[in-house]
Design a protein around this ligand. Structure first.
Ligand code: KG4
Ligand code: ZN
Length: 359
């Protein structure tokens, strides 16, 4: 089954064709990130205006790329759409103007082709980047979605039974990266910028306890709850930045050190809570998705902890998508739609900016 999916929930305009939920036949992304870099963050109306410009070229390009695979000669839009079985689209959560661009485009395609259309929740879909490429994580699994607006833990008993375990009380992990980067003047998006700066931090010699002079809190790390909170971290970063500025010491070295500590704090909390949930629910797999899953340090910490054998239990298998599949794109939207095949008449599909995941 070939699914053409459209994703426009934030600042990306993306379309992809995926076969049987796992094989990416084409995937195209137009990002307005460079545009948003100039303003230091996303301006919702500007994002939607950019997406309106990109959506038709992006969908056409995804279909044209598909013809290279199918060797189709008839490259008219209606000819190319015949290669598709089903349509899928992100209907929330996200920015309303942005979502509308994708939703209305997908509905129009469903109307003119008469094909089924599956509305997709962007947050659940992030998890399915781990099924792309033919991987088959075993259930039960613990899934962590860490993106710009969400930090959510799920228990997956099967594709059909997904239970929300907890989320953030305030800021998301990606938001903590983005806001901290902004305070440090490192630009947008903040996650990759902090990660890059953190890499330059000179670690003390081996056998020396890794430490920085700058110490930030690890919010809620000690509690057994599966909730997160990152707003206190942002406040602590602000305090530290102000202190360094007042002392005229917000130089490259301290920015590097602070970036390192921000990344350590966020990843420590994510690792601790995810492993706690995995043990509690006896998970066979740990599945990570969302933009922050592209963070190398997060992967390093999870992999190294899970490589130590536990007495009497088998460690869960870790799944993290390659970085380009962690950040927003349409391939995992198609994969989710394949495993959750619930078509809805196009007239009934509406964009839901505050769509939630608490099931
Ligand atoms: O999933 P995503 O592309 O969009 C949303 O659905 O929000 O996630 C974007 C978030 C941003 O906060 C960005 O700073 C963060 O993912 N991010 C990273 C990295 N790459 C992207 N955070 C940490 N390390 C990275 N390498
Ligand atoms: Zn996302």
């Amino acid at each position: 089954m070939r699914i053409l999916a459209i994703e426009t929930s934030c600042d990306e305009t993306a379309a992809a064709v995926v076969e049987d939920g796992e094989k990416i036949l084409s995937s195209v992304i137009a990002s307005s990130q460079d545009f948003h870099k100039t303003t230091g963050g996303i301006i919702p109306e500007s994002a939607a205006r950019e997406q309106i410009k990109y959506i038709i070229p992006v969908v056409t390009s995804a279909l044209t790329k598909l013809t290279e695979y199918t060797r189709l000669k008839n490259r008219t839009l209606s000819g190319m759409l015949k290669q598709i079985d089903v349509l899928a689209v992100t209907y929330g959560p996200g920015l309303i103007g942005s979502l509308l661009v994708g939703v209305e485009t997908a509905k129009t395609l469903a109307y003119i082709t008469g094909k089924e259309i599956i509305p997709v929740n962007h947050i659940f879909a992030h998890i399915y980047a781990n099924w792309l490429g033919g991987k088959k994580p075993e259930f039960p699994a613990i899934a962590l979605v860490v993106s710009g607006g969400h930090t959510e833990l799920f228990y997956m008993e099967s594709h059909k039974k997904i239970k929300w375990l907890g989320g953030t009380r305030d800021d998301a992990a990606g938001e903590a990266f983005d806001k901290s980067a902004r305070l440090l003047g490192l630009g947008y998006p903040g996650g990759p910028a902090i990660a890059k700066a953190a890499e330059k931090f000179k670690k003390p010699p081996i056998n020396h306890q890794l430490q920085t002079n700058i110490k930030l809190p690890r919010p809620m790390i000690g509690s057994d709850s599966l909730e997160f909170s990152f707003s206190g971290l942002k406040t602590a970063v602000l305090r530290e930045v102000n202190r360094l500025k007042a002392a005229n010491q917000l130089n490259k070295e301290n920015t590097t050190q602070l970036s390192y500590e921000i990344q350590e704090s966020i990843t420590d909390v994510l690792v601790k809570k995810t492993l706690f949930a995995a043990r509690k629910y006896k998970a066979k797999s740990i599945i990570i998705g969302g933009g922050v899953a592209a963070n190398k340090r997060l992967k390093e910490k999870l992999s190294s902890t899970l490589s130590h054998p536990q007495p009497a239990t088998r460690n869960p298998q870790l799944y993290i998508p390659p970085p380009p599949l962690c950040t927003d794109n349409a391939s995992y939207i198609a994969s989710f739609a394949y495993f959750h095949h619930h078509p809805v008449p196009w007239e009934k599909i509406q964009a839901v900016p505050d769509l939630n995941v608490e099931v």
